[in-house]
Write a protein that binds this ligand. Structure first.
Ligand code: CTP
Ligand code: CA
Length: 225
């Protein structure tokens, strides 16, 4: 289906999407990251734009083309993503957090490449927890007043329904979307589990773009209520 025929269910909305992994530096040549292609978030950005929304896409390091008509902001670390997201959330009416944010970053990044010291002993790395971008924005006054509708994603390896239900409550978001099925990372197909106050509903296996369009329709329907 070409964009022209997409119903403009998000006309007048400003959608902010986070996508992809983050990269947390250890030193200038090394870091830790998460497995995430960014495909689902980019598909959602595209679907939201096709549905008539103004879309800002805050993207971690991915190799994907920017969807047409979407404003893209490239970031590297979780801290970069937090700053960009909080900034752009001020003008948004919908926030969709699909990014696979690194939960921890090295406590300090070395200014220079860490060299082997010849002892055969590996360096010890300390970690600190990254700020939860979704929870931070979901707790903002605009989100609490209903001016900003927040949607979270959940990456789980097991017990998806239980974890997604608990995560929805913990994050304080009206809608939490679980990725169903193992090995969705980098794939073009996926299935989704939508968890809201009413309960859970599955969107069966489909291409990420088709799922993104269905999710956009689900969000638009919830905004009307
Ligand atoms: N998220 C975020 N900022 C973080 C961590 C997660 O915005 N620092 C968002 C993700 O983009 C996703 C949701 O929170 O929309 C859930 O992420 P997930 O990793 O599944 O949950 P966590 O709260 O990090 O819990 P855990 O990884 O321990 O399951
Ligand atoms: Ca996490």
């Amino acid at each position: 289906v070409v964009a022209f025929f997409q119903p403009k269910v998000l006309a007048g909305q400003h959608v902010l999407v986070t996508a992809g992994p983050t990269f947390e530096a250890i030193d200038p040549v090394r870091g830790i990251t998460n497995l995430s292609s960014g495909k689902m978030g980019f598909a959602i950005a595209r679907a939201a734009q096709e549905a008539g929304a103004q879309v800002t896409l805050v993207a971690g390091p991915v190799s994907l083309p920017t969807p047409r008509g979407v404003t893209r902001v490239d970031v590297k670390s979780a801290q970069n993503m937090l700053v960009a997201s909080v900034d752009h959330a001020q003008a948004a009416s919908i926030f969709i957090a699909t990014a696979a944010v690194a939960d921890w970053r090295p406590a300090q990044a070395a200014d220079q490449k860490i060299k082997k010291d010849g002892s055969g002993q590996p360096p010890t790395l300390g970690f600190v927890e990254n700020t939860d971008i979704l929870a931070t924005i979901a707790q903002s006054s605009r989100a609490k007043s209903g001016a900003l509708y927040c949607v979270g994603f959940a990456a789980e390896s097991h017990d998806l329904l239980a974890h997604a239900t608990a995560k929805r409550a913990r994050k304080g978001v009206p809608l939490l979307v679980g990725n169903i099925g193992p090995a969705t990372f980098g794939q073009d197909d996926n299935a989704l589990l939508l968890v809201d106050a009413q309960g859970a509903k599955e969107i069966p296996r489909n291409s990420k773009l088709a799922l993104a369009r269905l999710l956009v329709a689900e969000i638009a329907a919830r905004l009307k209520k």
